[in-house]
Design a protein around this ligand. Structure first.
Ligand code: 763
Ligand code: MG
Length: 215
């Protein structure tokens, strides 16, 4: 059987990126997606916004829902100081396997834990699994109709604290209307929209940054 798109993306990384150099991994994936085959990475335009939000948050604990091939995992982790940990959740074992190899190629494997499973099952176990209180930064990039139930679950599990920042990809395309409505009109959040485009296209998309105001 033919290779899968994630396997072809990984091959482009192993051929074109320098081991231990996260920026070359990012560039190799963006080049592959622009010139060879589109893939649903957050991409370079939205990725630059992600970088800025991560840098201004200076998080110690990070959760990502939706690893895919590890592109945004590498983007975020390369900006984190040494003692920090990033937990990323992927439900597709094949994607998770590719992501671990992409993250390893970038030399960031010691700062990342790739968890396989569904967010709804894993979120309630995270406090005990990792001995954490709250996440300083959460990146939502999984099923768009799970953004709302999962941010509610994070609240209920006490995994958001005052100042926690939740950044959501694809709030325009494919879209997460119920999630947007919740974070924009709920006093528990201070929310703002970053207009951009769907990765590697001219289709409108954007990121929503929502800061938890505390209970
Ligand atoms: O669908 C997308 N992402 C989600 C993947 C599955 O995620 C499933 N998944 C991953 C962890 C996880 C944990 N628990 C449950 C489900 C969980 C996604 C889709 C598009 C897109 C836009 C236009 C198109 F024409 C076609 C596709 C763009 C994006 O940037 C995306 O992120
Ligand atoms: Mg996305």
């Amino acid at each position: 059987t033919r290779t899968t798109r994630p396997q072809r993306l990984l091959q482009a990384v192993s051929i074109n990126a320098v081991r231990g150099d996260p920026d070359s991994v990012i560039k190799a994936i963006d080049h592959f997606c622009k010139h060879t085959e589109w893939a649903m990475n957050v991409g370079d335009e939205k990725g630059a916004i992600l970088d800025l939000v991560v840098m201004e948050t200076c998080p110690s604990t990070v959760l990502e829902l939706g690893t895919y091939c590890g592109y945004s995992t590498v983007r975020i982790t390369r900006l984190l100081p040494p003692a920090t940990k990033l937990i990323t959740v992927e439900m597709n074992p094949e994607y998770a396997h590719v992501a671990r190899q992409v993250i390893q190629h970038a030399g960031l494997q010691d700062k990342v834990c790739v968890l396989e499973g569904e967010s709804a099952d894993l979120i309630p176990k995270m406090a005990n699994m990792f001995g954490i209180q709250a996440f300083d930064f959460v990146f939502l990039d999984h099923w768009k109709d799970h953004y709302l139930p999962d941010i509610r679950l994070l609240e209920d599990c006490g995994l958001l604290a005052q100042g926690s920042v939740v950044l959501a990809d694809n709030v325009v395309c494919p879209g997460a209307p119920d999630y947007l409505n919740y974070v924009r009109y709920n006093l528990k959040y201070s929310s703002r929209f970053y207009q951009a485009h769907l990765e590697y296209t001219r289709v409108l998309d954007g990121l929503e940054r929502s800061e938890y105001q505390g209970d």
